[in-house]
Design a protein around this ligand. Structure first.
Ligand code: 4AD
Ligand code: MG
Length: 458
C-alpha cells in the first residue's frame, strides 16, 4: 500500500501529523545557494504545497524539474511566506517520474488556447484542476438534489432509433463497413446492419424517460448526449452530458419551479463545497463570479411568454441585426438582450410557437403555442429546454403527422397515450453550460476533459 498525505489535508490543517509523505507533480522549482524550493500539486486542492530542500542534506537536486512526479518525506512547518501557511521541510526525496526540458508546461502561465491543445496535461494546471473538481461536485449535487426530491435515477439507451428533437443532428451508428454498404433501389439495405434497422447515438433521453416516469412517477437521467450540431460556437459541443428529469402529474408551472429549485440547490451546494476554487475563478477569470452565486441563491428567476418577449424585442428593434418577428426562434442576440440586459438574471421564456418546437410538446388552448420553456442565463444563453408533454393521443397524432414523424417508428410512444395516459413534464439541462456559468469559463471546450466538437477531436 502507498502511504501518503494529501496536499489538501496539509494546507487546510486537517492533517495533525508532524512528519508526512507527500506525492505530487512539480509546478515550479528553483534553487538558491542554501535551499531549493519546489511547489507541488496532487490535484486535491488548487493551492500548491511548497517543499523546502536544505542543500546541506540534498546535493543532487537535478530531478526537481517542472512536470516531474516526486515523493517527499519531511516535516510540516509554519511557512514564513505569505502565500501559504504551512510547508514541508524535506528529509527524503525520490523522483518517481522524471520530466525533462521538453515538458510543455514550463512557464507559470499559459494561454487557455494553448492548453486546449494539451488535454492530456492541462488538468495539472490550477485552472483545469479547479474546473474538474467543480465538475465532480456539480455531478454529485445533481444526484443529491434528485434523490432528496424523491426521483429515481434511470439509465436510458445511448443507441436509439429516434431523433427525438427532430433536428436531424443525430450521429448514425452502424457496424456495416461503409465501403461495402448494399444499396437497393437507391436506399441503403439496413436489414444487413447490426440492429437490422437504422440506429443513432441519442440526442436526448427524454422519449425513453417518459415511459419510466409513467411508471415510477419521478425519474431522471444524467448521461452523455451526442449531436452533430452545425453550430460551432463556444457553447456547442458534439458530446455533452444532459440532466433529464421526467415527472408524472407535473404541469409546466411545476416543471418551471423544479428547474429553479434545482439550479438554486446546485448553486448553494457548490458555494458551500468549493469556496477555494470559486475564489480562484473569481480572482482570475470572472470578477462577478461570487455575485453570480449570490444572485442565483437569493433572487427569483424572471418569466415571460414568448409572445410578450417578441413584443419587448420589437420595442427595441433598432438594437438588433435581425428584426424580431413572431414565429422565429429567440436568437443569440435576443437571448443576450433578455437575460443580460433587460432582466439581468435567468429568465424562463415560455409558450413558443408550435411550429418551431418538437412534436411532443403539449398544445396550448390557443392552438398556436406549446406549453414549453427555455431558460436563458446571462452570459451563457440557453441552459434548459423543457416542456409539458402532449398526453392526448389524437392531438399528439396530429402534431406528429404535421412534423412528418413516422408513426410506426414511435408506436410504443403512442401506446403510452393509449393506456393510462397522464399529464407529465420534464426538461433537459446542459451540464457543461451550467458548469461554464459556475466557473466563469467562457468556452465549453474548457469544462470538458477531452472535448469533441465540429472538426476537432484530439
Ligand atoms: O433544448 P434541448 O434540445 O432539449 C431537449 O433535448 C429535450 N428533449 C430535453 C427534455 O425535455 N428532456 O437541449 C437541452 C439542453 C439545452 O438547453 C442546452 O443546455 C444543452 O441541452 N445542449 C447543448 N449543450 C452543449 N452542446 C450542444 N450542442 C447542445 N445542445 C443542447
Ligand atoms: Mg433547446
Amino acid at each position: 500500500m502507498i502511504e501518503r498525505t494529501s496536499v489538501k489535508s496539509i494546507l487546510t490543517g486537517e492533517c495533525k501529523d508532524e512528519r508526512v509523505t507527500v506525492y505530487g507533480w512539480i509546478k515550479t522549482a528553483r534553487s538558491g545557494k542554501n535551499v531549493a524550493f519546489a511547489s507541488i500539486t496532487d490535484g486535491s486542492i488548487s493551492s500548491p504545497l511548497q517543499v523546502v530542500f536544505d542543500r546541506d542534506k540534498f546535493d543532487d537536486i537535478s530531478g526537481l524539474a517542472t512536470g516531474a512526479c516526486i515523493k517527499v518525506t519531511g516535516r510540516i512547518v509554519e511557512s514564513p511566506g505569505s502565500e501559504q501557511s504551512r510547508e514541508i521541510s524535506a528529509d527524503e526525496l525520490e523522483v518517481i517520474g522524471p520530466a525533462g526540458d521538453d515538458y510543455p508546461l514550463q512557464k507559470k502561465k499559459h494561454s487557455i488556447e494553448f492548453l486546449r491543445s494539451l488535454p492530456h496535461l492541462r488538468a495539472r494546471t490550477n485552472t483545469f484542476g479547479a474546473v474538474f473538481r467543480m465538475s465532480h461536485h456539480l455531478s454529485l449535487a445533481i444526484h443529491r438534489f434528485f434523490d432528496e426530491s424523491g426521483f429515481f435515477f434511470i439509465h436510458a439507451p445511448l443507441i436509439t432509433t429516434s431523433d427525438a428533437e427532430g433536428a436531424g443532428e443525430a450521429f448514425q451508428v452502424t457496424s456495416m463497413p461503409l465501403d461495402g454498404i448494399t444499396i437497393e433501389n437507391g436506399d441503403v439495405d439496413y436489414s444487413k446492419d447490426y440492429f437490422k434497422r437504422q440506429a443513432f447515438l441519442t440526442v436526448s433521453a427524454q422519449l425513453e424517460a417518459e415511459p419510466l416516469a409513467l411508471a415510477l412517477g419521478k425519474v431522471y437521467t444524467f448521461a452523455p448526449t451526442f449531436r452533430a450540431d452545425p453550430s460551432d460556437t463556444r457553447f456547442h459541443t458534439a458530446e455533452f452530458w444532459m440532466i433529464e428529469p421526467e415527472m408524472a402529474f407535473f404541469d409546466l408551472d411545476d416543471d418551471i419551479s423544479l428547474i429553479e429549485d434545482f439550479i438554486k440547490f446546485a448553486a448553494r451546494y457548490l458555494h458551500d463545497k468549493c469556496p477555494e476554487d470559486i475564489t480562484f475563478f473569481n480572482r482570475f477569470y470572472e470578477k462577478e463570479l461570487k455575485e453570480r452565486y449570490r444572485m442565483l441563491m437569493e433572487s427569483d428567476f424572471a418569466r415571460i411568454t414568448y409572445t410578450d418577449a417578441i413584443e419587448l424585442l420589437k420595442d427595441n428593434t433598432d438594437r438588433f441585426e435581425v428584426a424580431p418577428e413572431w414565429g422565429y426562434d429567440i436568437s443569440t442576440e435576443y437571448e443576450r438582450f433578455l437575460a443580460d440586459e433587460h432582466f439581468e438574471r435567468p429568465v424562463f421564456v415560455t409558450d413558443y410557437p408550435a411550429s418551431i418546437k418538437p412534436f411532443y410538446m403539449r398544445m396550448n388552448d390557443d392552438g398556436k403555442t406549446v406549453a414549453c420553456t427555455d431558460l436563458l442565463f446571462p452570459q451563457v444563453g440557453e441552459i434548459v429546454g423543457g416542456s409539458q408533454r402532449e398526453e392526448r393521443l389524437e392531438v399528439l397524432r396530429a402534431r406528429a403527422k404535421e412534423c412528418r414523424i413516422d408513426l410506426e417508428d414511435y408506436s410504443w410512444y403512442f401506446d403510452l397515450r393509449k393506456w393510462g395516459s397522464a399529464p407529465h413534464s420534464g426538461f433537459g439541462l446542459g451540464f457543461e453550460r451550467l458548469l461554464m456559468y459556475f466557473t466563469g469559463m467562457e468556452n465549453i471546450r474548457d469544462v470538458i476533459p477531452f472535448p469533441r466538437s465540429k472538426g476537432k477531436m484530439i
